[in-house]
Design a protein around this ligand. Structure first.
Ligand SMILES: C[S@@+](CC[C@H](N)C(=O)[O-])C[C@H]1O[C@@H](n2cnc3c(N)ncnc32)[C@H](O)[C@@H]1O
Length: 262
């Protein structure tokens, strides 16, 4: 059954679904089911699917920051349901979120591990490599860089790293540019400059600058900020090499105002 929202099916249409047999198209329909806010567009979700499919039919370790309505989560969880692996979500405001209950009903939540807390302080085992890292919590330079720096040393040649909101958020674009100063990442899928918030994912090829001070993993109380205000000054002149590692501090204002099913 389809609703009058075109391609959007009700999520509960998928109850009892055989996930092992799900096609890419069905996974996309699931990801877009019950959409009641812009969230992620079809093309952006498709870019995540393409990134996952670049690994073939392999069990993967996938990580995303920010659950929201779980659009991207549905793409990741169905990969785990089809091919094995584990999906980790770092979310600061876990709920109650109806999407979690719905994913439980659809028998998909069992593939998810929810880490409740600030993704900028995420703790992740040193020896656990990440195949796909999806960065989509807040979208300022400080968030993007702090999240990337938490997981950077767990990326390996061939890992994929994706960023949502590249079009609408200056900080995301600046973060990607800074990451390119310190690591070798190459564009794999680009769904930006169309309608939507914009999504890009990159293939990770190596840590190119082992001598720079960001080489080591951040510990619990470190943060990646430049001087006051760098997050809010578009076209700031900072390069990654000029930023300082400073004690972690909370931003002055909480910026994310979306409902996220809360
Ligand atoms: C844009 S939504 C994520 C959208 C999600 N990818 C989807 O497809 O629905 C952002 C989410 O990040 C969460 N968030 C905000 N700040 C965070 C932080 N510091 N750490 C972890 N999650 C955070 C918000 O609560 C919200 O659920």
């Amino acid at each position: 059954m389809f609703t009058d929202k075109g391609q959007c099916r009700p999520l509960m249409d998928f109850k009892g679904f055989d996930w092992a047999a799900a096609t890419d198209e069905e996974r996309m329909e699931l990801a877009l089911a019950d959409v009641n806010e812009a969230g992620m567009s079809h093309n952006e979700l498709r870019a995540i699917l393409l990134g996952l499919n670049s690994f073939g039919k392999k069990p993967l370790v996938t990580v995303e920051t920010g659950l929201g309505y779980g659009f991207s989560t549905r793409i990741f969880l169905t990969h785990a349901a089809k091919y094995g692996g584990e999906h980790h979500i770092f979310e600061s405001l876990p709920g109650p979120r109806p999407i979690i209950e719905m994913l439980k009903e659809l028998d998909l939540w069992k593939y998810a591990t929810l880490h409740v807390g600030d993704a900028r302080k995420a703790v992740w085992p040193e020896d656990k490599m990440i195949d796909f890292l999806n960065i989509d919590s807040e979208h300022s330079l400080g968030f993007v860089m702090n999240e990337y720096m938490r997981f950077r040393m767990n990326l390996t040649n061939g890992s994929v790293v994706g960023f949502h909101d590249v079009d609408c958020c200056w900080g995301v674009r600046r973060g990607i540019a800074m990451i390119r100063e310190i690591d070798r990442i190459h564009l794999l899928c680009d769904e930006s400059r169309h309608a939507g918030a914009g999504y890009q994912c990159y293939i990770f090829r190596g840590h190119d600058r082992p001598d720079c001070n960001y080489w080591r993993r951040f510990t619990g109380d470190e943060s990646f900020y430049a001087d006051e205000g760098v997050d809010t000054i578009p076209n700031s002149p900072y390069m990654a090499s000029e930023l300082k590692v400073i004690p972690f501090r909370e931003p002055e204002t909480k910026v994310w105002q979306g409902s996220g099913g809360l």
